[in-house]
Design a protein around this ligand. Structure first.
Ligand code: GRF
Length: 194
């Protein structure tokens, strides 16, 4: 069984969708949810879905990455999925989980990515630039925000009536449809599962 962790800072609707997708999966299991925010709604979702949850403060990611690593190892975590996680992943974790950490970004990278580009800021920038398309990008995580190798992208139209909120809804729809399947496929390839 390949056990993976989900890192999320906020609501965690993707986390919930991913956990549902892998319910009763034969050889892949979401085994831990981690948040850097003590009261993030994702903690409630994890509790409701009976998945172990840990709060690890942002300062530990920055100053004490060994603690994060120890926690992951104590849960036998082999792969990490970021879903709305707003803290830079420390180099120690990246080298330990080389090509085993993936993220979803709510726009078409390499545009509209990087430090400070998250949530509605991304959608606002896309609309302000007059783009006619946005979408999702799923990519490996390396030491630089949103700069790891792309795994999957798909698009949605941006209309001139869209607001950051309506565009976020369209993007979330794409995330719910595609992220779990891309996670499954990436884990299968990484660990040579049938
Ligand atoms: C998603 O749009 C994801 O792409 C971005 O943060 C958002 C998280 O939403 N990185 P939720 O917490 O899963 O609802």
């Amino acid at each position: 069984m390949i056990r993976f962790a989900i890192f999320a800072s906020g609501s965690g609707s993707n986390a919930e969708n991913i956990i549902c997708y892998f319910d009763n999966h034969k050889n892949i299991k979401p085994a831990l949810v981690i948040s850097n925010k003590p009261n993030a709604y994702v903690s409630k979702r994890a509790e409701m879905m009976n998945i172990p949850y840990l709060y690890i403060p942002s300062s530990d990611f920055k100053n004490n990455p060994s603690n994060v690593l120890e926690q992951l190892e104590s849960y036998n975590i082999r792969f990490i999925v970021l879903a709305g996680f707003l803290v830079l992943i420390p180099a120690e974790l990246i080298s330990h989980y080389r090509n085993k950490i993936i993220n979803i970004h709510p726009a078409l990278l390499p545009a509209y990515g990087g430090k400070g580009m998250y949530g509605d800021r991304v959608h606002k920038a896309v609309i302000d630039a007059g783009e006619t398309q946005s979408g999702i990008s799923i990519h490996y995580v390396n030491e630089v925000y949103d700069a790891g190798k792309l795994i999957f992208q798909t698009t949605c139209p941006v209309s001139k009536h869209d607001t950051p909120e309506t565009l976020a809804e369209k993007v979330h729809e794409l995330e719910y449809i595609h992220y779990p399947a891309v996670i499954e496929q990436t884990i299968r390839e990484t660990f040579n599962l049938q």
